[in-house]
Design a protein around this ligand. Sequence first.
Ligand code: IPM
Ligand code: MG
Length: 354
Amino acid sequence: MKIAILPGDGIGPEIISQAVKVLNFFGLGESLSYSSIGGAGYDEFKDPLPEATLKLAQESDAILLGAVGGWKYDELPREMRPERGLLRIRQALNLFANLRPALMFPELVDASSLKPEIVSGLDIMIIRELTGDIYFGEPRGISKNEKGELEGLNTMRYSESEIRRISHIAFKTASKRSKKLCSVDKANVLESTELWRKVISEIASEYPDVELSHMYVDNAAMQLVSEPKQFDVIVTGNIFGDILSDEASMLTGSIGMLPSASLDQNNKGMYEPSHGSAPDIAGKDIANPLATILSLSMMFKYTFNDNHKSEKIENAVRNVLKKRFRTKDIFSENKILVGCEEMGNKIIEELENA
Ligand code: IPM
Ligand code: MG
């Protein structure tokens, strides 16, 4: 197997180093190749997705990404910005299925801003369509309208086949979990999501064991903070998924804990923490590497079909939390504060002793 490692910007390199320790522990050191993306790609090659990086990603079975973005790049033309690198690699590799779990670790219930009874035991899987919608819809741009006034334009669109393939992933995921699937749209206002609702409802008949429900996105945003445990698997389009997955991540109190997977039709995947590059804490050895390490757990599960390693990693994380080790973002009274590097070492100790 071949794994591309793209550390990216900000805290990316430090959290990736900890995840690489885990890959080395499993004897995969020889399978790794590094390349730059985001601001790092721009610095090195004047391109947020350098050609060599795309080629490496295409040739690899899986990709581990740190994070992209930084203040330094905010003034660059849109095409050169770090975020473009991320959007382009998603599109170029056809990574249309984005899996974003929001899982509450019992040890961290107090870290949530919501009451413990509302969030304890929370386990939601958000499936976000990742290569369509208003993110990629044409036409787009900023130009003068007939009145001579500048106008910004984006296009929200979904084709039947795009809706169909993400729906199948969602139903399959739901049938392996609690068999409840909630599709989120804005079908009362937006035609592109009216079609979304129609297509996913048709596909439902192929999965009689899964109970499909529909919810408007504004209501879903509200329900997520009032009664989040009603959800198991949520499926939605690119822009709604972007917003709802950030919201869901905060239910667990700690965006520093949440992994993600972006998969193509053949389960080739790019794995990354759900959090960003956090330039304000970069280089200080205080970032939480657990989301990145848990992303590896997803990599073994989804791309390499190796549930054994996947569970081993997840158990190591649980045990480290049980032993009260915490990075700054999840620290509370009576816990043991550790840095990024030390947290990585604690995970390795757990793996060695398992
Ligand atoms: C995410 C991020 C990206 C997105 C940005 C960085 C382009 O917010 O992965 O959720 O909007 O998809
Ligand atoms: Mg986002």
